[in-house]
Design a protein around this ligand. Sequence first.
Ligand code: SF4
Ligand code: SF4
Length: 428
Amino acid sequence: MVGAGGAGLPTHVKAAATVDTVLVNGASCEPLLMSDPYLMEAEIETVIRGLKAVMECTGASRGIICLKGKHDKAMQSVRAAVARHAGSGLEAFELGDFYPAGDEHVLVHEVLGKTVPERGIPLQIGAVVSNVESLYNIALAMDGKPVTHRYLTVAGEVRRPMVVKVPVGTLVSDVLAFAGGPTIDDYRVVDGGPMMGRVLPDVHQPVTKTTSGLLVLPPDHTVVAGKTMPAERLRRITNSVCCQCTRCTDLCPRNLLGHSLHPHKLMRIPESLVATSPAAREALLCSECGICEKFACPMMVSPREVNAQIKQVLMREGVKWEPTGKELVTSPYRSSRKIPTSRLIQRLNLDRYYGHPEYAGEFTPGVVHVCLGQHIGAPAQCVVAVGDTVRQGSLLGDIPEKAMGARVHASIDGTVESIANGVVIIRA
Ligand code: SF4
Ligand code: SF4
Protein backbone atom coordinates (compact mmCIF):
# COMPACT_ATOMS: atom_id res chain seq x y z
CA MET A 1 0.00 0.00 0.00
CA VAL A 2 1.04 3.57 -0.60
CA GLY A 3 -0.66 6.73 0.63
CA ALA A 4 -3.38 7.48 -1.90
CA GLY A 5 -3.10 11.20 -1.27
CA GLY A 6 -0.42 11.87 -3.86
CA ALA A 7 3.13 11.62 -2.47
CA GLY A 8 3.10 7.82 -2.50
CA LEU A 9 4.73 7.16 0.89
CA PRO A 10 4.52 3.43 1.69
CA THR A 11 1.71 3.27 4.26
CA HIS A 12 3.39 0.83 6.67
CA VAL A 13 6.03 3.50 7.41
CA LYS A 14 3.36 5.89 8.73
CA ALA A 15 1.36 3.21 10.56
CA ALA A 16 4.46 2.21 12.56
CA ALA A 17 4.35 5.50 14.54
CA THR A 18 2.94 5.98 18.04
CA VAL A 19 0.48 8.88 18.30
CA ASP A 20 -2.62 10.13 20.16
CA THR A 21 -4.74 11.01 17.16
CA VAL A 22 -5.37 9.80 13.63
CA LEU A 23 -6.82 12.45 11.35
CA VAL A 24 -8.68 11.29 8.28
CA ASN A 25 -7.96 13.76 5.53
CA GLY A 26 -11.24 14.00 3.66
CA ALA A 27 -10.78 17.68 2.83
CA SER A 28 -10.70 16.96 -0.90
CA CYS A 29 -9.50 20.52 -1.21
CA GLU A 30 -8.34 20.42 -4.85
CA PRO A 31 -11.24 21.95 -6.81
CA LEU A 32 -13.13 19.34 -8.91
CA LEU A 33 -11.80 16.18 -7.22
CA MET A 34 -14.77 14.28 -5.75
CA SER A 35 -13.74 10.66 -5.20
CA ASP A 36 -13.03 11.08 -1.46
CA PRO A 37 -16.50 12.54 -0.73
CA TYR A 38 -17.94 9.64 -2.74
CA LEU A 39 -16.02 7.08 -0.64
CA MET A 40 -17.14 8.72 2.60
CA GLU A 41 -20.72 8.65 1.36
CA ALA A 42 -20.81 5.12 -0.02
CA GLU A 43 -18.05 3.19 1.77
CA ILE A 44 -17.83 4.81 5.19
CA GLU A 45 -17.93 1.51 7.12
CA THR A 46 -14.91 0.22 5.15
CA VAL A 47 -13.06 3.52 5.71
CA ILE A 48 -13.81 3.28 9.45
CA ARG A 49 -12.52 -0.30 9.58
CA GLY A 50 -9.23 0.97 8.10
CA LEU A 51 -9.21 3.91 10.52
CA LYS A 52 -9.69 1.64 13.52
CA ALA A 53 -6.80 -0.55 12.31
CA VAL A 54 -4.48 2.49 12.08
CA MET A 55 -5.66 3.68 15.52
CA GLU A 56 -4.82 0.25 16.92
CA CYS A 57 -1.38 0.15 15.21
CA THR A 58 -0.43 3.62 16.38
CA GLY A 59 -2.06 3.44 19.83
CA ALA A 60 -4.25 6.45 19.02
CA SER A 61 -7.32 7.02 21.19
CA ARG A 62 -8.95 9.53 18.81
CA GLY A 63 -9.85 9.08 15.16
CA ILE A 64 -11.17 12.30 13.62
CA ILE A 65 -12.80 12.21 10.20
CA CYS A 66 -12.36 15.65 8.61
CA LEU A 67 -14.41 16.79 5.65
CA LYS A 68 -16.11 19.86 4.29
CA GLY A 69 -19.75 20.52 5.16
CA LYS A 70 -20.56 21.30 1.53
CA HIS A 71 -20.33 17.56 0.77
CA ASP A 72 -23.65 17.16 2.55
CA LYS A 73 -24.33 13.50 1.68
CA ALA A 74 -20.82 12.50 2.77
CA MET A 75 -21.20 14.57 5.95
CA GLN A 76 -24.51 12.87 6.81
CA SER A 77 -22.96 9.47 6.20
CA VAL A 78 -19.93 10.28 8.41
CA ARG A 79 -22.03 11.71 11.26
CA ALA A 80 -24.34 8.67 11.21
CA ALA A 81 -21.36 6.29 11.22
CA VAL A 82 -19.69 8.14 14.11
CA ALA A 83 -22.94 7.81 16.07
CA ARG A 84 -23.11 4.08 15.28
CA HIS A 85 -19.54 3.64 16.56
CA ALA A 86 -20.05 5.75 19.69
CA GLY A 87 -17.51 4.97 22.40
CA SER A 88 -14.71 3.94 20.03
CA GLY A 89 -12.97 7.31 19.90
CA LEU A 90 -14.35 8.43 16.53
CA GLU A 91 -15.33 12.03 15.80
CA ALA A 92 -16.46 14.03 12.76
CA PHE A 93 -14.92 17.45 12.09
CA GLU A 94 -16.45 19.92 9.65
CA LEU A 95 -13.80 21.87 7.76
CA GLY A 96 -14.36 25.26 6.20
CA ASP A 97 -14.49 25.39 2.41
CA PHE A 98 -11.09 26.90 1.69
CA TYR A 99 -7.87 25.95 -0.04
CA PRO A 100 -5.59 24.25 1.02
CA ALA A 101 -7.64 22.74 3.86
CA GLY A 102 -6.10 19.36 3.01
CA ASP A 103 -2.46 20.45 3.45
CA GLU A 104 -1.36 18.28 6.41
CA HIS A 105 0.00 21.26 8.37
CA VAL A 106 -3.15 23.29 7.75
CA LEU A 107 -5.44 20.37 8.58
CA VAL A 108 -3.67 19.66 11.88
CA HIS A 109 -3.92 23.33 12.83
CA GLU A 110 -7.61 23.54 11.94
CA VAL A 111 -8.58 20.42 13.87
CA LEU A 112 -6.15 20.24 16.79
CA GLY A 113 -5.10 23.91 17.05
CA LYS A 114 -1.44 22.86 17.04
CA THR A 115 1.31 23.90 14.64
CA VAL A 116 3.54 21.26 13.11
CA PRO A 117 7.20 22.38 13.34
CA GLU A 118 8.85 23.93 10.28
CA ARG A 119 9.83 21.19 7.83
CA GLY A 120 8.23 18.78 10.32
CA ILE A 121 5.53 16.12 10.12
CA PRO A 122 2.30 15.74 12.14
CA LEU A 123 3.89 12.89 14.09
CA GLN A 124 5.90 15.53 15.99
CA ILE A 125 2.71 16.84 17.60
CA GLY A 126 1.28 13.37 18.19
CA ALA A 127 -0.83 12.89 15.07
CA VAL A 128 -0.88 10.86 11.89
CA VAL A 129 -2.84 12.07 8.87
CA SER A 130 -4.30 9.40 6.58
CA ASN A 131 -6.06 9.81 3.28
CA VAL A 132 -9.61 8.43 2.95
CA GLU A 133 -8.76 6.00 0.15
CA SER A 134 -5.66 4.81 2.03
CA LEU A 135 -7.88 3.77 4.94
CA TYR A 136 -10.32 2.10 2.57
CA ASN A 137 -7.39 0.17 1.08
CA ILE A 138 -6.12 -0.83 4.54
CA ALA A 139 -9.50 -2.40 5.31
CA LEU A 140 -9.35 -4.38 2.06
CA ALA A 141 -5.76 -5.40 2.80
CA MET A 142 -6.92 -6.88 6.11
CA ASP A 143 -9.20 -9.12 4.03
CA GLY A 144 -6.14 -10.19 2.01
CA LYS A 145 -6.93 -7.91 -0.94
CA PRO A 146 -3.97 -5.83 -2.15
CA VAL A 147 -4.32 -2.44 -3.84
CA THR A 148 -5.43 -3.20 -7.38
CA HIS A 149 -7.89 -0.39 -8.07
CA ARG A 150 -8.16 3.35 -7.78
CA TYR A 151 -11.14 5.70 -7.48
CA LEU A 152 -10.79 8.63 -9.87
CA THR A 153 -12.62 11.81 -10.74
CA VAL A 154 -12.84 12.43 -14.47
CA ALA A 155 -13.86 16.03 -15.14
CA GLY A 156 -13.52 18.98 -17.49
CA GLU A 157 -14.10 18.61 -21.21
CA VAL A 158 -15.46 15.05 -21.18
CA ARG A 159 -18.93 13.97 -22.23
CA ARG A 160 -19.73 12.19 -18.95
CA PRO A 161 -17.85 13.64 -15.95
CA MET A 162 -17.74 10.91 -13.34
CA VAL A 163 -16.24 9.25 -10.32
CA VAL A 164 -15.09 5.82 -11.48
CA LYS A 165 -13.20 2.84 -10.09
CA VAL A 166 -10.50 1.53 -12.42
CA PRO A 167 -7.73 -1.08 -12.18
CA VAL A 168 -4.28 0.39 -11.47
CA GLY A 169 -2.48 0.46 -14.82
CA THR A 170 -5.53 1.43 -16.90
CA LEU A 171 -4.45 3.78 -19.69
CA VAL A 172 -5.75 7.33 -19.48
CA SER A 173 -7.03 7.00 -23.08
CA ASP A 174 -9.24 4.06 -21.98
CA VAL A 175 -10.60 5.99 -18.98
CA LEU A 176 -11.45 8.97 -21.19
CA ALA A 177 -13.19 6.70 -23.71
CA PHE A 178 -15.27 5.22 -20.85
CA ALA A 179 -16.22 8.78 -19.89
CA GLY A 180 -17.64 9.31 -23.37
CA GLY A 181 -14.46 10.85 -24.76
CA PRO A 182 -13.29 14.48 -24.80
CA THR A 183 -15.71 17.12 -26.04
CA ILE A 184 -12.96 19.03 -27.85
CA ASP A 185 -10.41 17.91 -30.44
CA ASP A 186 -7.36 19.57 -28.94
CA TYR A 187 -6.93 19.04 -25.20
CA ARG A 188 -4.50 18.33 -22.40
CA VAL A 189 -5.01 16.02 -19.43
CA VAL A 190 -4.04 17.06 -15.91
CA ASP A 191 -3.20 14.15 -13.60
CA GLY A 192 -4.45 15.24 -10.16
CA GLY A 193 -6.07 18.52 -9.19
CA PRO A 194 -5.83 21.87 -10.97
CA MET A 195 -3.54 23.32 -8.26
CA MET A 196 -0.97 20.59 -7.69
CA GLY A 197 -1.56 18.17 -10.56
CA ARG A 198 0.72 17.82 -13.58
CA VAL A 199 -0.01 17.87 -17.29
CA LEU A 200 0.50 14.42 -18.81
CA PRO A 201 2.72 14.19 -21.90
CA ASP A 202 0.04 12.10 -23.67
CA VAL A 203 -2.98 9.89 -22.95
CA HIS A 204 -1.00 6.63 -23.14
CA GLN A 205 0.01 6.98 -19.50
CA PRO A 206 -1.24 4.49 -16.92
CA VAL A 207 -3.28 5.24 -13.80
CA THR A 208 -1.14 4.60 -10.71
CA LYS A 209 -1.96 4.09 -7.03
CA THR A 210 -1.65 7.86 -6.54
CA THR A 211 -3.73 9.11 -9.49
CA SER A 212 -6.67 10.95 -7.94
CA GLY A 213 -8.20 12.62 -10.97
CA LEU A 214 -8.00 13.28 -14.68
CA LEU A 215 -8.98 16.77 -15.83
CA VAL A 216 -9.44 17.34 -19.53
CA LEU A 217 -8.86 21.00 -20.44
CA PRO A 218 -8.17 23.11 -23.54
CA PRO A 219 -4.42 23.60 -24.14
CA ASP A 220 -4.70 27.37 -23.56
CA HIS A 221 -6.67 27.03 -20.31
CA THR A 222 -5.30 28.98 -17.31
CA VAL A 223 -4.59 25.76 -15.42
CA VAL A 224 -2.70 24.12 -18.28
CA ALA A 225 -0.74 27.21 -19.37
CA GLY A 226 0.93 27.61 -15.97
CA LYS A 227 1.98 23.97 -15.94
CA THR A 228 3.41 23.76 -19.43
CA MET A 229 5.66 26.81 -19.62
CA PRO A 230 9.32 25.66 -19.53
CA ALA A 231 10.52 25.99 -15.93
CA GLU A 232 13.54 28.09 -16.85
CA ARG A 233 11.44 30.60 -18.80
CA LEU A 234 8.90 30.78 -16.00
CA ARG A 235 11.65 31.52 -13.51
CA ARG A 236 13.23 34.21 -15.70
CA ILE A 237 9.91 35.98 -16.18
CA THR A 238 9.06 35.63 -12.51
CA ASN A 239 12.35 37.13 -11.36
CA SER A 240 12.13 40.09 -13.69
CA VAL A 241 8.44 40.93 -13.28
CA CYS A 242 8.08 40.59 -9.49
CA CYS A 243 7.29 44.01 -8.02
CA GLN A 244 7.89 42.93 -4.40
CA CYS A 245 4.30 43.66 -3.41
CA THR A 246 4.50 40.82 -0.79
CA ARG A 247 1.01 39.48 -1.56
CA CYS A 248 2.48 35.98 -2.07
CA THR A 249 3.85 36.07 1.47
CA ASP A 250 0.71 37.66 2.92
CA LEU A 251 -1.49 34.82 1.57
CA CYS A 252 0.98 31.92 1.95
CA PRO A 253 -0.74 29.27 4.15
CA ARG A 254 2.56 28.18 5.70
CA ASN A 255 3.59 31.77 6.47
CA LEU A 256 0.19 32.32 8.09
CA LEU A 257 0.93 29.37 10.39
CA GLY A 258 4.05 31.21 11.57
CA HIS A 259 6.58 29.35 9.44
CA SER A 260 9.64 31.29 8.23
CA LEU A 261 8.57 31.23 4.59
CA HIS A 262 8.61 34.55 2.70
CA PRO A 263 8.20 33.79 -1.00
CA HIS A 264 8.63 37.45 -2.02
CA LYS A 265 12.15 37.42 -0.55
CA LEU A 266 13.04 34.19 -2.34
CA MET A 267 12.25 35.95 -5.62
CA ARG A 268 15.23 38.21 -5.08
CA ILE A 269 17.92 35.59 -4.52
CA PRO A 270 20.21 35.36 -7.58
CA GLU A 271 20.41 31.88 -9.05
CA SER A 272 24.17 31.76 -8.49
CA LEU A 273 23.73 32.26 -4.72
CA VAL A 274 20.96 29.74 -4.12
CA ALA A 275 23.21 26.95 -2.82
CA THR A 276 25.06 29.19 -0.34
CA SER A 277 22.46 31.72 0.74
CA PRO A 278 21.00 30.91 4.19
CA ALA A 279 17.85 32.82 3.16
CA ALA A 280 17.26 30.40 0.26
CA ARG A 281 16.65 27.57 2.74
CA GLU A 282 13.20 28.98 3.40
CA ALA A 283 12.16 27.38 0.11
CA LEU A 284 12.39 24.01 1.87
CA LEU A 285 9.29 25.03 3.88
CA CYS A 286 7.13 25.45 0.78
CA SER A 287 4.36 22.88 0.25
CA GLU A 288 3.97 23.96 -3.40
CA CYS A 289 0.25 24.51 -2.80
CA GLY A 290 0.21 27.13 -5.57
CA ILE A 291 -1.75 29.87 -3.75
CA CYS A 292 1.01 32.37 -4.51
CA GLU A 293 1.03 31.48 -8.19
CA LYS A 294 -2.63 30.91 -8.94
CA PHE A 295 -4.29 33.37 -6.57
CA ALA A 296 -2.02 35.87 -4.85
CA CYS A 297 0.31 37.31 -7.44
CA PRO A 298 -1.06 40.34 -9.33
CA MET A 299 1.74 39.99 -11.88
CA MET A 300 0.67 36.40 -12.63
CA VAL A 301 4.10 34.95 -12.03
CA SER A 302 5.11 31.90 -10.04
CA PRO A 303 6.86 32.04 -6.67
CA ARG A 304 5.87 28.36 -6.34
CA GLU A 305 8.00 27.44 -9.33
CA VAL A 306 10.93 29.53 -8.08
CA ASN A 307 10.66 27.77 -4.72
CA ALA A 308 10.50 24.36 -6.39
CA GLN A 309 13.65 25.11 -8.38
CA ILE A 310 15.49 26.41 -5.30
CA LYS A 311 14.44 23.28 -3.40
CA GLN A 312 15.84 21.07 -6.15
CA VAL A 313 19.21 22.84 -5.96
CA LEU A 314 19.31 22.61 -2.15
CA MET A 315 18.40 18.93 -2.14
CA ARG A 316 20.99 18.19 -4.83
CA GLU A 317 23.61 19.98 -2.72
CA GLY A 318 22.50 18.14 0.42
CA VAL A 319 21.50 21.40 2.15
CA LYS A 320 19.15 20.68 5.04
CA TRP A 321 16.72 22.87 6.96
CA GLU A 322 18.19 23.88 10.30
CA PRO A 323 15.56 24.42 13.00
CA THR A 324 15.46 28.06 14.04
CA GLY A 325 14.13 27.37 17.54
CA LYS A 326 11.74 30.28 17.16
CA GLU A 327 8.25 30.08 18.59
CA LEU A 328 5.73 29.59 15.80
CA VAL A 329 3.10 32.30 16.11
CA THR A 330 -0.02 32.01 13.98
CA SER A 331 -0.78 35.20 12.07
CA PRO A 332 -3.72 37.19 13.49
CA TYR A 333 -4.87 37.57 9.86
CA ARG A 334 -4.98 33.84 9.16
CA SER A 335 -8.75 33.37 9.32
CA SER A 336 -9.44 36.34 7.04
CA ARG A 337 -6.81 35.24 4.52
CA LYS A 338 -8.07 31.73 3.87
CA ILE A 339 -8.89 31.40 0.19
CA PRO A 340 -12.53 30.33 -0.37
CA THR A 341 -12.69 27.44 -2.84
CA SER A 342 -15.46 29.23 -4.77
CA ARG A 343 -13.17 32.21 -5.44
CA LEU A 344 -10.31 29.94 -6.39
CA ILE A 345 -12.55 28.12 -8.88
CA GLN A 346 -13.50 31.47 -10.43
CA ARG A 347 -9.87 32.58 -10.59
CA LEU A 348 -8.88 29.28 -12.23
CA ASN A 349 -11.69 29.64 -14.75
CA LEU A 350 -13.16 26.29 -13.71
CA ASP A 351 -16.77 27.34 -12.88
CA ARG A 352 -18.26 25.49 -15.80
CA TYR A 353 -16.66 22.20 -14.79
CA TYR A 354 -17.55 22.27 -11.09
CA GLY A 355 -20.10 19.79 -9.72
CA HIS A 356 -20.65 16.48 -7.93
CA PRO A 357 -20.41 13.92 -10.74
CA GLU A 358 -22.20 10.59 -10.31
CA TYR A 359 -20.37 7.35 -9.49
CA ALA A 360 -20.20 5.43 -12.77
CA GLY A 361 -19.24 2.05 -11.27
CA GLU A 362 -16.20 -0.03 -12.08
CA PHE A 363 -14.53 -0.01 -15.49
CA THR A 364 -12.35 -2.95 -16.56
CA PRO A 365 -10.15 -2.41 -19.63
CA GLY A 366 -8.66 -5.12 -21.86
CA VAL A 367 -5.08 -4.23 -21.01
CA VAL A 368 -3.24 -2.61 -18.09
CA HIS A 369 0.26 -1.13 -17.85
CA VAL A 370 1.33 -1.58 -14.22
CA CYS A 371 4.35 0.49 -13.12
CA LEU A 372 6.79 -1.14 -10.69
CA GLY A 373 7.66 2.27 -9.20
CA GLN A 374 4.49 4.00 -7.99
CA HIS A 375 5.79 5.16 -4.64
CA ILE A 376 8.54 6.97 -2.75
CA GLY A 377 11.51 4.63 -2.29
CA ALA A 378 12.88 1.79 -4.40
CA PRO A 379 10.82 0.42 -7.32
CA ALA A 380 9.38 -3.05 -6.74
CA GLN A 381 11.41 -5.97 -8.11
CA CYS A 382 9.53 -7.87 -10.78
CA VAL A 383 8.68 -11.46 -9.83
CA VAL A 384 6.77 -12.54 -12.96
CA ALA A 385 7.89 -13.39 -16.52
CA VAL A 386 6.43 -12.78 -19.95
CA GLY A 387 3.78 -15.41 -20.68
CA ASP A 388 2.82 -15.96 -17.03
CA THR A 389 -0.86 -16.16 -16.24
CA VAL A 390 -1.85 -13.84 -13.37
CA ARG A 391 -5.00 -13.29 -11.36
CA GLN A 392 -6.19 -9.97 -10.00
CA GLY A 393 -4.15 -9.57 -6.80
CA SER A 394 -1.19 -11.77 -7.89
CA LEU A 395 2.17 -10.36 -6.84
CA LEU A 396 3.98 -8.66 -9.74
CA GLY A 397 6.76 -6.86 -7.85
CA ASP A 398 8.21 -7.28 -4.37
CA ILE A 399 9.97 -4.84 -2.02
CA PRO A 400 13.74 -5.04 -2.59
CA GLU A 401 15.80 -6.40 0.32
CA LYS A 402 16.28 -3.78 3.10
CA ALA A 403 14.72 -1.03 0.96
CA MET A 404 11.74 1.20 1.58
CA GLY A 405 9.11 0.33 -0.99
CA ALA A 406 5.70 -1.15 -1.67
CA ARG A 407 4.56 -4.32 -3.41
CA VAL A 408 2.82 -4.11 -6.76
CA HIS A 409 0.03 -6.50 -7.80
CA ALA A 410 -1.80 -7.52 -10.95
CA SER A 411 -4.97 -5.45 -11.26
CA ILE A 412 -6.82 -7.73 -13.73
CA ASP A 413 -6.82 -11.42 -14.62
CA GLY A 414 -4.71 -12.05 -17.72
CA THR A 415 -1.38 -12.89 -19.29
CA VAL A 416 1.86 -10.94 -18.89
CA GLU A 417 2.46 -9.62 -22.38
CA SER A 418 5.66 -7.65 -21.79
CA ILE A 419 7.98 -6.33 -19.11
CA ALA A 420 10.06 -3.31 -20.08
CA ASN A 421 11.17 0.02 -18.61
CA GLY A 422 9.68 -0.77 -15.21
CA VAL A 423 6.22 -1.48 -16.62
CA VAL A 424 4.41 -4.86 -16.66
CA ILE A 425 1.75 -5.09 -19.39
CA ILE A 426 -1.09 -7.54 -18.71
CA ARG A 427 -3.68 -8.40 -21.32
CA ALA A 428 -7.03 -9.68 -20.08
S1 SF4 B 1 3.38 27.44 -3.01
FE1 SF4 B 1 3.47 29.60 -2.45
S2 SF4 B 1 1.71 29.89 -1.13
FE2 SF4 B 1 2.05 27.68 -1.21
S3 SF4 B 1 3.41 27.21 0.53
FE3 SF4 B 1 4.74 27.64 -1.22
S4 SF4 B 1 5.22 29.80 -1.09
FE4 SF4 B 1 3.46 29.46 0.22
S1 SF4 C 1 2.92 38.46 -5.31
FE1 SF4 C 1 4.03 38.35 -7.26
S2 SF4 C 1 4.73 40.41 -7.63
FE2 SF4 C 1 4.12 40.35 -5.49
S3 SF4 C 1 6.01 39.86 -4.37
FE3 SF4 C 1 5.01 37.93 -4.81
S4 SF4 C 1 5.89 37.23 -6.74
FE4 SF4 C 1 6.38 39.41 -6.52
